[in-house]
Design a binder for this molecule. Structure first.
Ligand code: 5GP
Length: 189
């Protein structure tokens, strides 16, 4: 049986990468989305085990020291995020394609261990549009909005180190393009 392929999708907060990933998983039963652990609190509408596993800092540090994370990063200062290693390794071995929706620091860590992974960066149509989307989501304080925009600018500077860049101006078009990349990579063998 062929090993699954590992896709990493990154992009600044508010680019719609989460929506794109959910759509891809709904479209194709051979795609699995990895659920990360995080030390941040759930936002309204988020469920434990669906968007993230929301864990304490102590649990996170234990998992990390046990070697349970494939990659990990501290985003926006003190919030910790990481990809549980075991499920990803298992899914790939079973031939399922896996998507990690993670930040750029995590993406480069994974690339060191899995050089064959495919990196896709989702870009906003403009910084103005990105700011409007984050404000529209209504979940950020002024301080975290500023932090997210500053982080976005830094991340976008690294987009050209990704294998593919997709601009999410129109959601349907962006989903179509990312799915096109996945299909093309699957067929490469
Ligand atoms: P949010 O708090 O808005 O859900 O996510 C903030 C950022 O953390 C996003 O850029 C997201 O891609 C990134 N992120 C989520 N999970 C992980 C993970 O497991 N590892 C890494 N490195 N970044 C993650």
């Amino acid at each position: 049986m062929r090993e699954g392929k590992l896709f990493i999708i990154s992009g600044p907060s508010g680019t719609g990468k989460g929506t794109i990933c959910k759509r891809l998983v709904a479209m194709d039963p051979d795609i699995t989305l990895s659920v990360s652990v995080t030390t941040r609190s759930p936002r309204e509408g988020e469920a434990h085990g669906r968007e993230y596993f929301f864990i304490s800092r102590e649990e996170y540090l234990q998992l990390l020291s046990d070697g349970g994370l494939l990659e990990h990063a501290s985003v926006y200062g003190k919030t910790l995020y990481g990809t549980p290693r075991e499920p990803v390794v298992k899914w790939l071995a079973r031939g399922r394609d896996v998507i990690l929706e993670i930040d750029v620091q995590g993406a480069f860590q994974v690339r060191q261990n899995y050089p064959e992974c495919i990196l896709i960066f989702i870009l906003p149509p403009s910084m103005e549009e990105l700011e409007a989307r984050i404000i529209g989501r209504g979940s950020e304080t002024e301080e975290s909005l500023t932090a997210r925009l500053a982080e976005a600018e830094k991340e976008i500077e690294l987009a050209d180190q990704y294998d593919y860049q997709v601009v999410n101006g129109d959601l349907e078009e962006a989903v179509r393009q990312v799915y096109g990349i996945i299909t093309e990579e699957r067929n490469k063998e």
